[in-house]
Design a binder for this molecule. Structure first.
Ligand code: ATP
Length: 213
């Protein structure tokens, strides 16, 4: 369902719509991502969470295995049965490396001034915020919500200069799943369907993704 299909709560007189923005490589999108999105919606009172596959993630050591269009398609399949979730292609259609500040500027154009954006980050991503391009501009564009991830302890003593020091932190579902691990297991021929939405498992098989080279 798209934003605006539901009648607004008449008790909410602010006119603001709170929208979560959850970017990722999503190579492939897995149940950890979906549970993070749902936990974020509860923690930050979000009406909708936009899943935003990156076009060209720039902080990674290697290129994604699946193409931007394939990762976008898998994300759409993963989101289609949950009315909380929607998918945006803003980062796939933009040329150049994917920077979150551009994501938020593009979304502001699409959604207008009535939207309040909440940037959702796993703890590992949030800790890299001090290396992000134009990361200092983010505070004027969105709230930031950090969700815990197994293996990452969230420091209570981040220096005030770190952009994540102003973020809200919630522990979240703490699911031990990562796309890197899933790609390795798929290449070894393992069954990882427990960690994926069924339509994504089918898409990976039909398109021959993540097979050993
Ligand atoms: P990879 O292993 O290839 O890095 P990933 O599983 O971390 O992939 P990404 O698409 O890189 O997935 O992550 C998108 C966002 O989701 C990031 O903010 C990341 O921190 C967060 N994330 C991914 N998996 C989890 C998880 N299990 N728990 C909490 N956050 C997660």
């Amino acid at each position: 369902m798209g934003l605006g299909d539901e009648p607004r709560d008449p008790a909410d007189s602010s006119g603001e719509v709170r929208i979560g923005v959850f970017g990722g490589t999503f190579d492939p999108i897995h149940r950890g991502h979906l549970e993070v999105a749902r936990a974020a919606a509860r923690a930050a009172d979000l009406e909708q969470v936009l899943l935003v596959p990156a076009g060209r993630p720039w902080l990674r050591e290697s290129e994604p295995a699946a193409s931007p269009q394939q990762r976008l398609e898998m994300t759409r399949l993963a989101a289609r049965d949950d009315s909380l979730l929607d998918v945006s292609d803003v980062d796939v259609v933009r040329d150049g490396p994917t920077y979150s500040v551009d994501t938020l500027l593009d979304l502001r154009e699409r959604y207008g001034q009535g939207a309040v954006f909440v940037l959702i980050l796993g703890a590992d991503s949030a800790l890299t915020m001090d290396q992000w391009s134009r990361g200092d501009e983010l505070s004027g564009l969105c709230e930031v919500l950090v969700i815990g991830r197994p293996g990452e302890t969230w420091p209570s003593d981040l220096p005030p200069s770190h952009p994540a020091s102003r973020a809200k932190y919630v522990k979240g579902p703490m699911l031990q799943v990562s796309a890197t691990d899933l790609r390795e297991r798929l290449a070894a021929g393992a069954d990882v369907s427990d960690s994926l939405v069924a339509a994504v498992t089918d898409y990976i098989r039909e398109n021959g993704l993540y097979r050993a080279q």
